[in-house]
Design a protein around this ligand. Sequence first.
Ligand code: EPU
Length: 430
Amino acid sequence: MTKYVIQGGKPLHGEVEISGAKNAAVAILPAALLVDGVCRIENVPNISDVTMILDIMEELGAKIRRVNRTTVDVDCSKVYKQKVPHDLARQIRASYYLIGALLGRFGRAEVPPPGGCDLGVRPIDQHLKGFCAMGAEIQVENGFVYAAAENGRLHGAQVYLDVVSVGATMNILLAASLAKGLTVIENAAKEPHIVDLANFLNSMGADIMGAGTDVIKVRGVERLKGGSYSIIPDQIEAGTYMAAVAAAGGEVRINNIIPKHMDCITAKLVEMGVQVEEDGDSLTVRRTGKLNRANVKTMPYPGFPTDMQPQIAAVLCLAEGTSILNEGIWDNRYRFADEFRRMGAKIQVDGKIAVIEGVNQLTGAPVRACDLRAGAAMIVAGLAAHGTTEVDQVYYIERGYEDIVEKLSKLGADIQCKVIPDKEWRNNVV
Ligand code: EPU
């Protein structure tokens, strides 16, 4: 077990490079299952969720070759298995994309329901509804989702999503790319990673129009062929560094971003008194004065992203006045509140609403990363806090942030990754 030890109170200065987007990579890699030939995928983030997806694909028979740190060649032409092992699939949320990809390629899939962070109830009924509309028969039994297309191939269909779901939109895109005929996804999600998945599939020969709007049309093709593709930068990783500068103060240039994707986060930070300057594919973030209070409601893109809510909450803990957070996506995304309180934050939670009364100073404390973004928020709070913060359960953070300790250290943060001896770790578990 490892933990991060942070001596807070040091402003951040310098430049940081943003890695490829986790939530794009975990869909684009399984999408290679649909492709007949080698896909060279660049700007792949080096994070444990990606390693897990690649392990599952290898288990299915894919040939994976790491070309360098951020580039992989994926050849799925020899894939023959359609059953995903339970122990691997349960460790990540994105294993649900294997249902759409295997169903699209082979007309059948056996995949355990996905794992991932505990953010409350996380159904996949809209994914399954889409597959059913496309002619799949679905059964959930013995801990597996069994999906099989009539006559071995899905057909196009009209699918209206009852909720705006990133996962369902992407999964139906995957399944529809090789289906017979036209699929129309209505009330589709519009996140940048949806556009990225559609661009990847189109560059391999798919016929997808409208990604990034709420109606996506997919005309199924007979075959996808290999090629090269580079994944977009991670909006949430960039937003997390922006939040870190807002909390700890200083001036940081954040490189390799798409400024348009950052607008929803930039606008809120500017409202809070943070200076943000755009320059090509970089943003410079500066915070010298006090932070203003703000209200934040999370919504599907282009609204404020739920995956930035805990990190912005950490910043609001230090803002002057009372801020209100309204979580619009997940039922249980305030589990970090107890941990923040250990650091002196004043935060009250009632269902989907959190009320934060800003304090002048947070104080370092031992805290636990209760999920990926909560863990990132502990780091943001720890960087600003007076004294030592020890963040436990950092494997959650490593699911989605490449080299976070090294990147923050380069910005002047005092953060170290420490191995906890087994005995000490057991004694700390309550
Ligand atoms: N929902 C349903 N039925 C479904 C699917 C979703 O009711 O079939 C509901 C969910 O319960 C939730 C809402 O719809 O209330 C949105 O869920 P969505 O399907 O969009 O979420 P997801 O695909 O499971 C992805 C990201 C999450 C991110 C959400 C929202 C991946 C692997 N995960 O999850 O990322 O919070 O979209 O943007 O892409 C993270 O990176 O920390 C993370 C949790």
